[in-house]
Design a protein around this ligand. Structure first.
Ligand code: HPA
Ligand code: ZN
Length: 340
């Protein structure tokens, strides 16, 4: 790992907490909750992580999530992620959780929420890392089920900044959830949506026009639509890009073919994130590193990506500025000459 990347103050804005379940932890939780796993070893799990597309990943991701049962499990899962993120100088994190993948199995929303939230509060105190929490609806389930989930979350709305949309994208357009997102906005939630990961640019337009999103998660297929690129650039609507995820799920055939640098060069507010680090082979710094290696990103571009991560966050303007100042000091201390 390049020490410049490791130490770069950064925010992570696209991270599914269920996607941080490392194989060893999966075994530990399965044992303690008496759940049978279809794997005999950590190595067997790792060799199963060989994906053709988003759905082939989601099948294993939901299967993995089933080992999570108690508030303690959710706490330990989240705490383990936060420690890794702190080691990579993640100064602020905005994490997704998928309540439906747990409530569908009879786990209470409150159990999931409390474990995750307590770990985040502890990280703020012990690791000096700020956070936001984003509730994500599973878009392959019905809009009615999403609405039910929203209602369940209302008692916790002061600590959940936004709602999002994840899971199987193709055939589940943002328009399916327009009413749910309107209801969420009326309750004060911000909105984000996965769009243009596997789905077409039209889904990105729908997320903007029908769901009122503040950011697009992934959005890499935006490059197919010049009008959309112009719009995203003009409005500076951020994209939370996840390079290793995109390569592992065959959105791009290789990192050298990833369009991250093209998007950055076009002036979009692009950020780098890890999505599901335990499944895709790296946390956020490994994502910066893999992109930097394959796309020859220089330190000015890495700085811009980190700066974008703070700009695109749901922090207050004052807190954004504090972290951008910290980033500027980091760069100044390294006596870097940033090129324009
Ligand atoms: N896309 C859609 N759904 C997901 C993802 C993703 O990258 N990660 C976890 N759920
Ligand atoms: Zn995602």
């Amino acid at each position: 790992m390049n020490p410049f990347i490791q130490g770069l103050p950064k925010a992570e804005l696209h991270l599914h907490i269920e996607g941080t379940l490392e194989p060893a932890m999966m075994f530990e939780f399965a044992k303690r909750n008496q759940i049978e796993l279809p794997y005999a070893s950590v190595e067997e799990i790792q060799s199963a992580y060989n994906f053709d597309d988003l759905q082939s990943f989601l099948n294993l991701y939901y299967q993995g999530s089933q080992v999570l049962k108690t508030e303690q499990d959710y706490y330990e899962l989240t705490w383990a992620y936060l420690q890794k993120a702190a080691d990579q100088n993640v100064r602020h994190t905005e994490i997704f959780f998928d309540p439906q993948s747990h409530t569908q199995r009879g786990i209470e929303f409150e159990t999931v929420y409390k474990g995750i939230y307590q770990a985040l509060v502890d990280a703020q105190a012990k690791l000096d890392m700020s956070f936001q929490l984003i509730l994500s609806f599973l878009r392959d389930l019905s809009a009615e089920e999403a609405m039910e989930t929203l209602k369940t979350a209302l008692p916790y709305k002061d600590t959940i900044v936004a709602v999002g949309l994840d899971s199987a994208e193709q055939g589940n357009p943002p328009s399916k959830f327009q009413k749910v997102f309107e209801a969420a906005q009326a309750e004060g939630f911000l909105t984000v949506s996965h769009a243009g990961e596997e789905g077409p640019p039209e889904y990105i337009w729908e997320a903007i026009n029908l769901l009122g999103v503040a950011r697009i998660d992934h959005g890499v297929r935006s490059l197919e639509d010049p009008n959309l690129i112009n719009y995203l650039t003009e409005k500076q609507i951020p994209l939370t890009v996840c390079p290793l995820s995109n390569v592992e799920l065959k959105v791009f055939n290789s990192m050298a073919e990833h369009n991250l640098k093209k998007l950055l060069d076009r002036g979009l507010c692009v950020t780098v994130n890890s999505d599901d680090p335990s499944y895709f082979g790296g946390y956020v710094a490994e994502n910066y590193q893999a992109a930097a290696d394959a796309l020859n990103l220089n330190q000015t571009e890495l700085y811009q990506l980190a700066k974008n991560s703070f700009k695109a966050s749901f922090l207050s303007p004052e807190n954004k500025q504090k972290l951008i100042d910290e980033l500027d000091e980091y760069v100044a201390a390294k006596s870097l000459r940033l090129t324009s």
